[in-house]
Design a protein around this ligand. Structure first.
Ligand SMILES: Nc1ncnc2c1ncn2[C@@H]1O[C@H](COP(=O)(O)OP(=O)(O)O)[C@@H](O)[C@H]1O
Ligand SMILES: [Mg+2]
Length: 586
C-alpha cells in the first residue's frame, strides 16, 4: 500500500531514477536531522558551560551546520528537478503504452467504451500519477529511513524513549490500513464520476448540431450539470475522508513527538537518564515529526495515484485477443517491416461457415455465413438495415474475430499473423468516413503515404473532387476541420473514394460508399469506380440497383443469415424477399 505494485511497474526503465530521487529526498531529510542533532549538541554545550570562549571550541560545528544548510538547499533543488523529470518521463511512456493498446484493441474495444472515459484514463488518470512519483514515493521512503535512523540514535540515548517514538511511528504507518478500503471506494467513485462527466461534455460538444436542431441544449446542459454535481459530491466525500485520515495521522504524529519528550522528562526526573540529554530528545522529536508530516500530506496524492493506476492497469490488461491485431502490440511503431508483400495476386475471398456475436449476451449477428468471391469478381450484398452487411466487411478487415468459422483470402486463413499483410491489400470506403483534422492533401495521402503529388491529383480527379478542392480558399492545403466538419457528406465521401483510388489495392470493399452522393456526382464518378474495381476482387454493400445488377454474384442477407445467392436475374426469379427489396429500391 505504501508502494503500489502497479505504480512501480509503470515506472519501467525509470525505476532506478525513481530510487535515485527517493535517495536524494532521504539525504535531504537526513541533512535536516543532522542539523538538528548538531544544534542540539551546541545547545547542550551552552547549557553546561556558557562562556564566550565556548565559541572557540565550537566553530567547526558552526561551519558544519552552515555547510549542511547549503548542501540541503542544493540537494532539494536538484531533487525536485529530477523528480519532475522522472514523473514526466513515466507519464509519457505510460501514455504511449495506452495509445498502443487502444490501437491494437481497435474497434472491438472502442465500440464498447465511451471515448470520454478512454481519454480521461489516458489524460487525467495518468496525470494523477504525477504527485505519486514526484512527491509521495520520495517523501514516504525518506520518512521511513529517517525514522529508522532517529530510532537508532534514540536507543543510544535511552531505549524507553526510543520505543515510545517507534510505537507512534508504527501507529502513523499502520493507521492508513484502517482507511484503505473506504479511501479506495471514494477514489473509485471520483474516478468514475470524472470519466462520466468528461464523456457527457464530449457527447454534448460532438452532438451540438443535433442538440440545436432538436432544441435540446437545455436537456443536455442539465444532464451535464447533474453529472457535474455528482462529481462535486464524490470529490467532497473523497476529500472529507482524506481530511479525517490526515487529521488522525497528524494527531498520532504530533502526539508521538510530544510523548517522546514527556517520556524523556519522566525518565530524566526519575534519574534514568542524564537531564542534559533532553535537549537531544527535543530536537530529534522535531526532526522525526517534520518528514512524517510531509509524508502524511502526500498521502492523498499517493491514494489518488493508486486509484488512477487501477484504471490504467485495467486498460493495459485488456485482453487483446478480441482483436486480430494482438501480435503487433510491441511493434506498433514500426509495422511496415511486418507487412509481407508477397504479391499474392490470387485474391479469392471466402467466408467459411462464419458465426459472429458482437456480444455473447445479445443476438447472434451472423449465422453460418459461407460464400466465395472468385479472384477479380464482384460480390454485392443486399439486405435490410441491421441484417449484418457491414459486419461482414468489418470481419474481412480483421477488426473483430469470428466466433466460429474462418475467412480465407487467397490461400491464407485470415489470422493474427497475416492480418496486416492482408489489410494492406484492402481499400475500404465506408458509409461514414473519418476525416482527420488537417489538410485535404494529407487526408487523401493517408491512402498511400508514398504517393507522388501527381498520383494524388490523379486520384482526386477520378473521384470527381479535384475541381472542388481547387476552388477552396487554400486549395489542397485547406484544413478540413475536425472530422471534416467544413465539408458536406458527399464531399467527404469523395475524398474517401480518392483515398481508395490512391491506395489502389487488389481487394476492394465499398460499404454503401456512394450513399451520400447526389445522383449527378454518383454518375460522374461511377465510371471511375467501374475502372477501379475492374479485374479486382470486390465486396460491394450496395444500396443502388445499378451497382448490384452488374455484380457476378449477389448475396441476400436477412437477419444475419443468407436468404439467397445468385445473379440479379436469378434472384428476381427465385426470391420473393429479393423482389420485395428491389421493389422498395425502384
Ligand atoms: N459495435 C457493435 N456492437 C454491438 N452490436 C453491433 C455493433 N455494430 C453493429 N451491431 C449490431 O449488429 C447488427 C448488424 O449490424 P450491421 O452489420 O451494421 O448491419 P447493416 O450494415 O446490415 O445495416 C445490428 O443489429 C447492429 O445493431
Ligand atoms: Mg451497414
Amino acid at each position: 500500500m505504501f508502494i503500489n505494485k502497479n505504480l512501480i511497474g509503470f515506472a519501467g526503465n525509470y525505476k532506478k531514477k525513481l530510487l535515485f530521487v527517493s535517495f536524494l529526498q532521504a539525504l535531504q531529510t537526513l541533512t535536516l536531522s543532522a542539523i538538528s542533532l548538531l544544534t542540539a549538541f551546541i545547545v547542550k554545550r551552552l547549557i553546561r558551560n556558557f562562556e564566550a570562549t565556548v565559541f572557540d571550541d565550537l566553530w567547526s560545528i558552526f561551519v558544519a551546520i552552515f555547510s549542511l544548510v547549503i548542501l540541503r538547499f542544493a540537494i532539494s533543488k536538484y531533487a525536485s528537478v529530477q523528480a519532475l523529470k522522472c514523473s514526466v518521463g513515466i507519464k509519457r511512456n505510460l501514455r504511449t503504452r495506452l495509445q498502443k493498446k487502444i490501437f491494437v484493441l481497435g474497434p472491438a474495444y472502442t465500440g464498447k467504451h465511451r471515448t470520454g472515459g478512454i481519454v480521461s484514463t489516458i489524460w487525467s488518470k495518468v496525470e494523477w500519477l504525477n504527485d505519486y512519483y514526484a512527491k509521495y514515493v520520495p517523501s514516504a521512503i525518506s520518512a521511513i529511513i529517517n525514522t529508522i535512523i532517529i530510532f537508532a540514535i534514540l536507543i543510544l540515548i535511552d531505549p524507553i524513549v526510543a520505543i515510545t517514538c517507534l510505537l507512534f511511528s508504527a501507529a502513523v504507518l499502520v493507521c492508513p490500513i484502517a482507511f484503505y478500503q473506504i479511501m479506495k471506494d471514494k477514489g473509485f467513485k471520483e474516478a468514475s464520476a470524472s470519466a462520466k462527466y468528461y464523456s457527457d461534455c464530449l457527447d454534448g460538444i460532438q452532438g451540438i448540431v443535433t442538440l440545436k436542431s432538436f432544441n435540446s441544449n437545455d436537456k443536455q446542459r442539465e444532464k451535464i450539470n447533474n453529472q457535474g454535481e455528482i462529481l462535486r459530491k464524490t470529490i467532497m466525500q473523497h476529500l472529507s475522508i482524506t481530511f479525517l485520515e490526515n487529521l488522525t495521522l497528524e494527531f498520532f504524529a504530533r502526539l508521538g513527538a510530544a510523548a517522546t519528550v514527556v517520556v524523556g522528562i519522566v525518565r530524566a526526573l526519575n534519574g534514568n537518564m542524564e537531564i542534559e540529554n533532553l535537549v537531544y530528545i527535543l530536537f530529534l522529536s522535531t526532526a522525526w515529526l517534520n518528514p512524517m508530516s510531509a509524508m502524511i500530506s502526500a498521502w492523498h496524492k499517493g491514494y489518488r495515484g493508486a486509484t488512477g493506476a487501477e484504471k490504467i492497469s485495467d486498460m493495459l490488461k485488456q485482453d487483446t485477443s478480441i482483436s486480430l491485431f494482438n501480435k503487433f502490440e510491441e511493434n506498433i511503431d514500426n509495422l511496415s517491416y511486418l507487412i509481407n508483400n508477397d504479391n499474392n495476386r490470387n485474391l479469392d475471398v471466402s467466408f467459411i461457415d462464419v458465426n459472429f456475436f458482437y456480444n455473447k449476451k445479445e443476438k447472434q449477428v451472423l449465422k453460418n455465413i459461407s460464400f466465395n468471391i472468385p479472384n477479380g469478381t464482384t460480390l454485392a450484398i443486399v439486405g435490410p438495415s441491421g441484417s449484418g452487411k457491414s459486419t461482414i466487411a468489418n470481419l474481412l478487415c480483421g477488426f473483430y474475430r469470428t466466433d466460429t468459422g474462418s475467412i480465407k483470402v487467397g490461400d491464407k486463413i485470415l489470422n493474427e499473423e497475416n492480418v496486416l499483410s492482408i489489410q494492406n491489400q484492402i481499400s475500404a470506403v465506408w458509409q461514414e468516413n473519418y476525416l482527420f483534422y488537417g489538410t485535404c492533401y494529407d487526408n487523401i495521402l493517408m491512402g498511400n503515404p508514398n504517393a507522388t503529388h501527381e498520383e494524388v491529383i490523379n486520384a482526386t480527379k477520378r473521384a470527381n473532387i479535384h475541381n472542388f478542392i481547387m476552388n477552396l480558399e487554400n486549395g489542397y492545403d485547406t484544413v478540413v476541420g475536425e472530422r471534416g466538419v467544413r465539408l458536406s457528406s458527399g464531399e467527404k465521401q469523395r475524398i474517401s473514394i480518392a483515398r481508395a483510388f490512391l491506395k489502389d489495392t487488389p481487394l476492394i470493399i465499398f460499404d454503401e460508399a456512394t450513399s451520400a452522393l447526389d445522383r449527378r456526382n454518383e454518375i460522374a464518378i461511377q465510371n471511375s469506380l467501374n475502372k477501379l474495381i475492374a479485374g479486382k476482387t470486390t465486396l460491394v454493400i450496395a444500396h443502388r440497383l445499378e451497382t448490384i445488377k452488374n455484380a457476378e454474384q449477389i448475396l441476400v442477407l436477412r437477419d444475419g443469415f443468407i436468404e439467397g445467392t445468385g445473379t440479379h436475374k436469378e434472384l428476381l426469379g427465385k426470391s420473393n424477399f429479393y423482389q420485395k427489396l428491389m421493389s422498395i429500391q425502384v
